[in-house]
Design a protein around this ligand. Structure first.
Ligand code: BES
Ligand code: MN
Ligand code: ZN
Length: 497
C-alpha cells in the first residue's frame, strides 16, 4: 500500500474519507459532499450515533451525485486534544477498515484545522504513518495467498491544502515505519530461520549508509571472557554471536548512546525446560535485540545527529548433553561469578556480558537495554506498559515522556539494596534467580551489577513485544515496541548536543 499526498479533489473515484471534528455542523469538504449527494451525509449522521469522537466512522456506500463508490465520515475528536500518537492511531484505525473494502484507492480529505491548533500537515503525515504501520503484513511463508486473504487497497492519497509540507514530513516517518517493519519481521521469523548466525547475517546485510556492523563469533566471545553468555549457548548446536552496530551522525569521536538487546532466538528454558504450552512464543525472545536493530536503522536512515551504538547478544537456549546445568557457576566478562540456579533465567546471563562489554569497551554516555526478561512483568503491568528500571532520573524521565508522545508507554518500577540482597549466592558472587517474589525487579538488580555507575535504563518488554489483539497502529503479532520511543527520545534529548 502506497501513501501519497495531493490537493483536495472531491470528484475522484474510489473511497472518499472526510475528516470531521465534533460539535460542528458539516463545513468545508464535508458540507460540499453533503450537498452533492443530496444530503446523504446529514441523513447518515442523524441516523447513526455519530459524535465525531476520535476514530468514529460512518461508511456510506454507493452515494449518488459523486464519482466515489463510498463516502466515509471519520471523526477526529477535538482538535485541541490532538497529538502525534493520536493522529497515527486515527490513520491506523481507518486503514484497518479500508483494508477490508473492495476498493483499491482511497482519498482522505483533511480540511484545515482551526488556526493555532494541531498543524494540518503534521496530522496528514501522522495519519499516513499510522496507516503504513497498521497495514504491515508478514506473508513470507504462505505458498498461496487467496484473493480473500489479500487486501484490495493499493493506494491512500491524503489530500489537504499543503500537500508538499505533509509529504516532506511523511518521508521521515516512512523511514521510521520501515525500521519498525524490519523489527517486526525479525521477531516474526521462525526460530529455525533466525538463529544467531543467520540473524547476524541479516543485520550485516542491511547496507544502510553510515551504519557499520561488526559480528563477534564464539571464539572471540570466549576470548573476551563472556562466560555467562557462552554458558547459555553451550547446549545448542547454533553457536552464539554478538553484533555491534555503530552509527556516528554526531560530533566525531564523541561518546555514544548505547542500546543493548536480549537476542535469545529461542528460549526452551534449557535444562530447566519450559512446559510445551506456549513454548512457541519463545521464538520472540529476541525482540529486545530486534528493537535495537530497528532503532539503529531509524537513526541512520534519517541521518540523526547523534552517535549511537547497538549491541545484540544472540544465543539459543537449548537442553542437551552439553547444556548448562542448574548449579553451574560461570564467570562473566566483568570477573563476577554467577551461580546458575535456573537455566531459564538466561536473558540476564546474556545481558550481563553484553552490558559489561558495551560499558567497558564502547564507553557510552548512557546505556538502555531492552529485553523480554520476565514473565513477572506481565503479571505487574499486563500488555499496556513496558517495565522501566533506571539508576538515573533524567534518563528515566526522557524515556517516559518519549513513551507518552509516541504511544509506546512505559511505567517505572523500583530498584534497591533490599532487592539486590535477594540474589546473594551461597557459593558465588550472585545467583541468577531471587526467591520468587518481585521477579522483574530481581532481574533488573541483577543487570545493575554489570553497568557500573553509567546512566542506565532497563526496559522489560516481555508484555509489550507481542500482541494477541490488533491495536490502531499495531496489527496483532510482533509489535516492534521500542523503535518509535527510542527514536523520539534521541530526537528530543540527544541530538545536536
Ligand atoms: N524469556 C523469558 C521471559 C518471558 C516470559 C518472555 C513470557 C515473554 C513471555 C525468560 O527467559 C524467562 O524464562 N524468565 C523466567 C525467569 C525465572 C526463571 C526467574 C520467568 O519469567 O519465569
Ligand atoms: Mn528463559
Ligand atoms: Zn528468555
Amino acid at each position: 500500500m502506497k501513501v501519497a499526498f495531493a490537493e483536495i479533489d472531491l470528484s475522484k473515484k474510489g473511497v472518499i474519507v472526510v475528516a470531521v471534528a465534533p460539535d460542528t455542523t458539516l463545513t468545508g469538504s464535508a458540507a460540499a459532499l453533503d450537498q452533492k449527494t443530496g444530503g446523504a451525509l446529514t441523513r447518515a449522521l442523524d441516523t447513526a450515533k455519530f459524535k465525531a469522537k476520535s476514530g468514529d466512522l460512518i461508511d456510506i456506500i454507493a452515494p449518488s451525485g459523486v464519482a466515489a463508490s463510498r463516502i466515509i465520515v471519520l471523526g477526529i475528536g477535538k482538535p485541541k486534544e490532538m497529538s502525534d500518537g493520536k493522529a497515527a492511531d486515527l490513520g491506523g484505525g481507518l486503514v484497518a477498515h479500508l483494508l477490508r473494502l473492495p476498493e483499491a484507492q482511497a482519498q482522505i480529505v483533511l480540511d484545515p484545522l482551526p488556526e493555532g491548533e494541531f498543524a494540518t500537515a503534521e496530522l496528514a503525515a501522522q495519519i499516513g504513518f499510522g496507516a503504513v504501520l497498521r497495514s504491515y503484513r508478514f506473508d513470507q511463508y504462505r505458498s498461496k495467498l487467496t484473493a480473500e486473504d489479500k487486501p484490495s487497497l493499493t493506494r491512500v492519497t491524503i489530500t489537504l491544502a499543503e500537500p508538499g509540507v505533509a509529504k516532506k514530513r511523511f518521508a521521515v516517518l516512512e523511514k521510521l515505519a520501515q525500521a519498525v517493519a524490519f523489527t517486526r519481521d525479525l521477531v516474526t521469523e521462525p526460530p529455525n530461520v533466525i538463529y544467531p548466525q543467520a540473524y547476524a547475517d541479516r543485520v550485516a546485510e542491511l547496507n544502510i549508509k553510515g551504519l557499520d556492523v561488526e559480528v563477534l563469533g564464539e571464539k572471540e566471545l570466549r576470548k573476551l571472557g563472556m562466560g555467562a553468555l557462552v554458558g547459555v549457548a553451550q547446549g545448542s548446536v547454533n553457536g552464539p554471536r554478538v553484533v555491534i552496530m555503530r552509527y556516528e551522525g554526531g560530533t566525531k569521536g564523541a561518546a555514544p548512546v548505547a542500546f543493548v538487546g536480549k537476542g535469545v532466538t529461542f528460549d526452551s528454558g534449557g535444562l530447566s525446560l519450559k512446559t510445551a504450552k506456549g513454548m512457541e512464543d519463545m521464538k520472540w525472545d529476541m525482540a529486545g535485540s530486534a528493537a535495537v536493530v530497528g532503532t539503529m536503522m531509524a537513526l541512520a536512515s534519517r541521518g540523526a545527529k547523534v552517535n549511537a551504538v547497538g549491541v545484540l547478544g544472540l544465543v539459543e537456549n537449548m537442553p542437551s548433553g552439553s547444556a548448562q546445568r542448574p548449579g553451574d557457576v560461570v564467570t562473566s566478562m566483568s570477573g563476577q561469578t554467577i551461580e546458575v540456579l535456573n537455566t531459564d533465567a538466561e536473558g540476564r546471563l546474556v545481558l550481563a556480558d553484553v552490558l559489561w562489554y558495551t560499558i567497558d569497551r564502547l564507553k557510552p554516555v548512557a546505556v538502555i537495554d531492552l529485553a523480554t526478561l520476565t514473565g513477572a512483568v506481565i503479571m505487574a503491568l499486563g500488555h499496556e506498559h513496558t517495565g522501566l528500571f533506571s539508576n538515573n532520573d533524567t534518563l528515566a524521565d526522557a524515556i517516559l515522556s518519549a513513551g507518552k508522545k509516541t504511544g509506546e508507554t512505559a511505567w517505572r518500577l523500583p530498584l534497591g539494596d533490599a532487592y539486590d540482597r535477594l540474589i546473594k549466592s551461597d557459593i558465588a558472587d550472585m545467583k541468577n534467580i531471587g526467591d520468587g517474589t518481585a521477579g522483574s525487579i530481581t532481574g533488573a538488580v541483577f543487570l545493575q551489577r554489570f553497568v557500573k555507575d553509567v546512566p542506565w535504563a532497563h526496559l522489560d518488554i516481555a508484555g509489550t513485544a507481542w500482541g494477541a489483539k490488533d491495536k490502531p497502529t499495531v496489527p496483532k503479532g510482533a509489535t516492534g515496541w521500542g523503535v518509535r520511543l527510542l527514536n523520539q527520545m534521541i530526537a528530543d534529548h540527544y541530538e545536536g548536543q
